[in-house]
Design a protein around this ligand. Sequence first.
Ligand code: ADP
Length: 319
Amino acid sequence: MKRIGVLTSGGDSPGMNAAVRAVVRQAIYQGIEVYGVYQGYNGLINGNIKKLELGSVGDIIHRGGTMLYTARCEEFKTKEGQQKGIEQLKKHGIEGLVVIGGDGSYRGAKALTELGYPCVGVPGTIDNDIPGTEYTIGFDTALNTVIDAIDKIRDTATSHERTFIVEVMGRNAGDLALWAGLAGGAETILIPEDNHDMEDIASRLKKGQERGKKHSIIIVAEGVMSGNEFAAKLKEATNLETRVSVLGHIQRGGSPTASDRVLASRLGSHAVDLLAEGRGGRAVGIEKNQLVDYDIIEALAKEHVLDLNMYKLSKELSI
Ligand code: ADP
């Protein structure tokens, strides 16, 4: 391949910039030209495509967000939209595309692959919910943002002897809630992968109070219910007054951690290697600290699985 494209799509995540940088630098290192597709699949359909040079990606490795911007694009879910995208790529002489994004963006890359256009998916989402990789770019940064918030909330919870409910992102996957709960020493973690028994939660809180515990932190993944909804249910079941913190979009921003920058650099480079070898239709990932890649169609057919042993451990350590 002589010329490839790169885009970021869906919800942004810290480290996407580092991934874009890796794609651009690795491609140019291998003598391949790189074009940036701006505003995700929207920009692909509209031809918002510009050549990137070594200097285009200077000074972005440490920045959150994405210099290529991101967007959601309903039209790209249609065959016509996808064909328009392929026409734009061909018009620009682009022979392969790196798509950095979450599972929705992967479905877009899969659609292009099925239409015969070579794409490689790079997992960029704070949700850590992409099959075919143990970690996604942005998860570690978001986790550290949540931990920073929990530590601060814990100070107030201790001073006021209160129970705090912290709502974190995660519609379908509880990874962020689980890891944050384990690392933040939460008493209870509510994840979408499990059914939650209010009586059990109430009795755990009561036991804690009986042994002299004056405050508690409860983490709720947004996919289970909102923090406020859970506070109302808990009040109904236990008459316990709580305070709710909804962390919201701060979880998606900020400077990526060293770990996310390294992951993004490795995965972005691996995506270029695959396209350079003429191996499109792949999804890159990291497993046991080794780079891996899978057929993107097969990868999407699998489900991301939360580590249930870790969930069990979180319960054992929060007695
Ligand atoms: P994320 O990539 O973070 O999961 P979304 O689910 O919003 O974010 O997906 C981002 C974009 O990917 C969508 O706006 C759409 O353009 C594209 N996309 C999602 N699902 C499909 C699909 N089934 N076919 C083609 N494109 C899709």
